[in-house]
Ligand binder design. Structure first.
Ligand SMILES: Nc1ncnc2c1ncn2[C@@H]1O[C@H](COP(=O)(O)OP(=O)(O)OP(=O)(O)O)[C@@H](O)[C@H]1O
Ligand SMILES: [Mg+2]
Length: 342
């Protein structure tokens, strides 16, 4: 099903007043949006759903929504804003990027590893990093790489949840999260940092949004040198300018160029364990995936490898698996069609 099919279903059940089916389709659309990397949209839908569900509870109406999707929320809890806490095994080997990006990330790590040296000379440590650029080009991945390289756990903060959390509590909750991160020596990661700006569009309480931005500004300003904040966005223009200025380092993650694509292909092909039919075909692949994100290219290639493996089980030559040309061409076509639909 495509996004449009879900919307059609939702419209139909809404008009027919069939709450059960409407909620089921809405939840399906949320899951679909997460899978197709429209995380912001999914978070916003989830927030609307939670709000309405809460309201109905207050009004004493029956509980709605499938129990699988319905996640109870405790008002005002810090946990509402924390998406997950994770430790990372990722290293620079997992990330394909330009030399320039790699260097900037290395410097950021170096600042923290050499914190004592910098402090000895009364030099500030860069601890606020903004990762921005096209979707599927490695911002979230880079944050995992930083957590892995710095060997620090990472708290992923869900700014989108602010919409549905008890509004007056948000600033306090943010302060609590910052404190938690500094006492536990964690990296604080604000993924989808632009969601804060987007909230203005459909949340009438502008004053509250301003309070949230102001408390973030203050928390950024008084961030201890030992703490690290990373924020990622694919819509930098949606982020408040005053917030943007607080970052010491800003790194852009653009679409891959030819060299990046070749590096990504090498990484996915596991340095030759899987192979294209010929060098010409490899070149054709590299040329034809230009304009797609790392995420899409990797997805096409991995799916093609798996399907080739299933189809040619008895035809494995010298332990090398050939990525079938007809398979990847078809997948590429589908990906491009899917891309143009959105
Ligand atoms: N530069 C990269 N090098 C290697 N793999 C990458 C790179 N960028 C993306 N990928 C692959 O695509 C997946 C998704 O990338 P990631 O989540 O980092 O994108 P993003 O920039 O955060 O996108 P969004 O803006 O949509 O959140 C990664 O887990 C990885 O498998
Ligand atoms: Mg991301």
């Amino acid at each position: 099903m495509s996004q449009f099919d879900y919307i059609k279903e939702i419209a139909k059940y809404g008009l027919e007043n069939d709450q059960q089916k409407l909620l089921f389709s809405l939840n399906e659309l949320i899951e679909y949006s997460k899978k197709t990397r429209k995380v912001n949209f999914a978070i916003q839908l989830q927030s609307i759903l939670k709000d309405v569900t809460k309201q109905r509870h207050r009004n004493g109406l029956t509980k709605i929504g499938s129990p699988i999707h319905y996640q109870p929320m405790v008002d005002g809890e810090v946990s509402d804003l924390i998406l997950e806490k994770l430790t990372s095994e990722y290293s620079f080997d997992n990330l394909v990027c330009s030399e320039q990006v790699r260097e900037q990330l290395h410097f950021f790590i170096k600042e923290h590893k050499s914190r004592k040296l910098l402090q000895k000379y009364d030099l500030p440590v860069s601890n606020k990093l903004l990762l921005h650029g096209t979707s599927g080009c490695g911002k979230t991945l880079a944050s995992y790489v930083l957590a892995g390289e710095l060997k620090k756990p990472m708290i992923v903060v869900n700014l989108g949840a602010i919409v549905s959390s008890k509004l007056g509590q948000t600033s306090k909750n943010l302060a609590k999260i910052f404190r938690k991160a500094s006492t536990e020596d964690c990296i604080l990661f604000f993924d989808e940092f632009d969601s804060l700006g987007k909230l203005r569009d459909y949340n009438q309480d502008h004053a509250e949004m301003k309070r949230v931005v102001n408390s973030l500004l203050q928390l950024f300003d008084y961030l201890p040198q030992t703490s690290i904040v990373i924020a990622a966005t694919n819509q930098k223009n949606m982020v408040d300018n005053a917030l943007l200025r607080r970052f010491d380092t800003s790194i852009e993650f653009p679409l891959p160029d030819i060299e990046n694509i070749k590096d990504l292909v090498r990484l996915v092909l596991k340095n030759g364990h899987f192979q294209f039919d010929s060098l010409n075909v490899l070149q054709e692949f590299v040329d034809s995936v230009q304009g797609l994100s790392y995420f899409s290219i990797k997805k096409i290639l991995i799916t093609a490898i798996k399907r080739s493996l299933f189809e040619r089980q008895n035809d494995i030559w010298e332990n090398k698996i050939i990525v079938q040309t007809d398979i990847w061409r078809e997948l590429l076509l589908k990906e491009k069609q899917e891309f143009s639909k959105d």
